[in-house]
Design a protein. Sequence first.
Length: 323
Amino acid sequence: MKILGIETSCDETAAAVVEDGTRILSNQIASQVEIHARYGGVVPEVASRQHILSIIPIIKEAMAKYTWEDLSGIAVTIGPGLAGSLLVGVNVAKAIALAWGLPITGVNHLEGHIYANWLDSHNIDFPVVCLIVSGGHSDLVLMRGHGDYVVLGRTRDDAAGEAFDKAARILDVGYPGGPAIERAAKGGTASIQLPRAWLKGSSDFSFSGVKAALLRLVEAGKVSSVADGAASFQEAVIDVLVTKTVAVAKERRVRCILLAGGVAANGLLRKRLVERSPLPVLVPKSILCTDNAAMIATCGYYRLKAGKTSGLDLDVFPSLKLA
Ligand code: KG4
Ligand code: ZN
């Protein structure tokens, strides 16, 4: 079963063909990072206009070796994300589905991030705990089966990726913030004491405190080395993410931990989680952690197999939740 995945929820225009939910046949991503860099963040109106320019060429590239008759269905991100951006992908997906009589399924972007793990591994035994860390979310999710989620914890303020992006602005290390902090941290040590919000008794996260503490120290001239600032910030955020994820996984007696979302591309997070977890940890390749359409196609494969098709009245849901 070959599924065409389409992803336009934020600032990446992406299309991919995935076979049987695991094998990537093509995976095209047009990043808008350089366009938004001059504003220091994603400008929604600019993003949706750029999606319009990129979507057809990107789908053509993804489909270069395949015909529409080769496909068994189309999977498209319907939310959460920017309304104007999501609309571009959803409307193109519906047009293809209508023209070729293909089934279409709307995919939750966060569910897509989780399914990036199926692109590398075929046999994942449930239940699992997933840590989804992206620009907009830090969710701890119990997954009991395909499409069966219980959200155990979420961020109460800034998402992990958002915190990285803001810290990068405070330390002036570049855009996008996550990779910039990781690069800057390589030359430093985590020698600056920054607070950790443990929120005892809860699986929720909070990262606004550590960000504010970093800002205060920088303003007071107490961060003499940007590299040490970046390393200390990165260590503080990762310490909380890893400690809470391992605790929840043990408490719920799951089979393994899945890491997902753009922040999962962070080398130290990947390393620390593997080091500190007594359970197996699955982490997708870095390129499959950040936004892509292969993960959407994989999730779509499992949805279509379960009979979860959508009609041509499929709409976008900018604030879509996982469960
Ligand atoms: O999943 P994603 O690509 O888009 C959303 O769904 O939000 O995640 C983007 C977020 C950004 O905040 C970015 O700074 C962060 O992921 N990110 C990283 C790294 N690569 C991307 N954060 C830390 N370290 C990285 N290497
Ligand atoms: Zn994402």
